[in-house]
Design a protein around this ligand. Structure first.
Ligand SMILES: Cc1ncc(COP(=O)(O)O)c(C=O)c1O
Length: 456
């Protein structure tokens, strides 16, 4: 048999024909598809022509209800003579004092609980990490690889909770959203405290699971819901906080553990405001309640508070951490924690372990604040008098006026309005830190009492 003739490119005649045929088929397919699409394009075009009836709010950012709410609040604030308390510019490290507009204020608006943000050792660790690794991890860790400092931080955090391992994300909020959003689904149930942080709610919404709040700290109500509902769902997640971010109280962890075990549910504790605060060593609700780390399924925390950095973490058993590392979208499809950010959190954690005095000081100042406030008849709600102490004013207008009056008198504290808290429960939220002095606390309470009386 004679060999088929090869052309200039070394292709045999029949192979060339086959390629030409394939090319033709491809072109035909394209044209056919275009023909099929054409009527659809016409239909869409036609419907667009009749779109003059689409209201402005569907196609203009300034018509979004959320944006209009902001405008209304701003106008209302101006009419009431209350300037906006948001986005103040700090000109240095915000600790027990801060500088705003070249003026020094006693500061209660930053959760630098143990004064580790601005600590020379923490800042040095960040600088060294920049010198060694640069400012960014430059891609996701599974893809682009690790920096030793990232794993060191995770291992140190896992040790705090005495669990197998830990995973660190670039944001505390995103940690909750991606972890809950990824692990749970439409056949599952998420039960969370009614005062839970927004990030948990967002994660629950993303998951598609049924989401039910139970009354604040009410483990009996939770037990009852589970008794009624557990069998209707596959997985059940219970979420509570170590210290509640708006109210400053904490749950009876042992009760929640007993309930989650009995109902075969997972328990997650958000330690954002509890790490560095609860327990003698500042190891959070686990230490305070005297439980074993493995009795809670997901220990969540942020690097942005006690740890003077930025990011979030989940600590727990190997199967959980490995699963999240390979699959959680907020980890897999997001850049790894930046080396200086990881280094500063790790340095802060080392100081926490070395200097438990800071935890003790924070508690003393918190207790002083709440005792004086209660003595003077201020409404501090259910706060335990630690890192977070609210002074509840009721109306948002009163909270705004009071915050501004305090600011005029050299005290920086943030008002909290609806929807961050329930309507009628507006407040000033005081973050206590270990470097607040007794005099600063006394002065703040005096100013509060005087200004509340004046504004009434
Ligand atoms: C309870 C709680 N969880 C999660 C977060 C989110 O953490 P981050 O601000 O570090 O993103 C916060 C923020 O304040 C919080 O209070």
């Amino acid at each position: 048999m004679s060999k088929p003739k090869s052309n200039l490119f070394g292709l045999s005649g029949s192979l060339k024909d086959q390629l030409a045929q394939k090319m033709l088929e491809k072109r035909l397919k394209k044209v056919t598809e275009a023909q099929m699409i054409e009527p659809e394009v016409h239909r869409v075009r036609k419907s667009l022509q009749s779109n003059s009836s689409i209201p402005d709010e569907y196609c203009r950012f300034d018509k979004f209800p959320g944006y209009q709410q902001i405008r209304i609040l701003e106008t209302g604030g101006k009419q009431l003579g209350v300037p906006s308390p948001f986005f103040k510019v700090h000109e240095g490290v915000a600790k027990n004092t801060t500088t705003i507009n070249s003026q020094e204020y006693i500061n209660f608006a930053s959760y630098n609980y143990l004064d580790l943000c601005g600590h020379p050792e923490v800042s040095d660790a960040a600088k060294k990490a920049i010198d060694q690794y640069g400012t960014s991890a430059s891609a996701s860790r599974p893809v682009a690889g690790e920096r030793p400092i990232q794993r060191e931080l995770e291992q140190a955090l896992a040790k705090v909770y005495d669990v197998d391992d830990c995973i660190v994300f670039v944001s505390g909020h995103a940690t909750n959203v991606t972890t809950i959003g990824y692990l749970f689904g439409p056949k599952d149930l998420i039960l969370h405290d009614s005062l839970i942080h927004n990030s948990i709610v967002q994660g629950g919404q993303l998951s598609g699971a049924t989401r039910l709040p139970f009354p604040h700290n009410d483990w009996q109500a939770l037990d009852e819901i589970l008794f009624q509902q557990r069998r209707n769902y596959e997985r059940v997640l219970i979420v509570i906080e170590g210290i509640y971010s708006m109210d400053g109280d904490y749950p009876d962890l042992k009760r929640f553990i007993e309930i989650k075990q009995r109902h075969k549910a997972f328990l997650m504790v958000d330690e954002a405001h509890a790490l560095g605060v609860l327990g003698e060593k500042g190891h959070g609700l686990k230490e305070q309640a005297g439980v074993d780390g493995h009795e809670v399924d997901l220990w969540m925390g942020t690097l942005s508070k006690t740890l003077a950095s930025c990011g979030g973490y989940i600590a727990g058993e190997n199967a959980l951490i490995e699963h999240l590392k390979f699959s959680a979208p907020g980890f897999l499809y997001s850049v790894g924690i930046a080396p200086p950010v990881a280094a500063s959190a790790l340095a802060a954690l080392k100081i926490l372990d070395r200097e438990p005095m800071r935890v003790k000081q924070l508690k003393e100042r918190g207790h002083q604040f709440i005792s004086l406030a209660q003595e003077k008849g201020l409404n501090v709600g259910s706060s335990a008098g630690l890192s977070v102490i609210p002074v509840i004013t009721g109306s948002s207008a009163m909270a705004g006026r009071l915050a501004n009056a305090c600011f005029e008198r050299g005290i920086n504290v943030q008002p909290i309005f609806y929807p961050a808290v329930q309507e009628g429960m507006a407040r000033l939220r005081f973050f206590i830190c270990s470097s607040h002095t007794e005099e600063q606390i006394e002065h703040a309470i005096d100013v509060l009492v005087e200004e509340i009386a004046r504004l009434k």
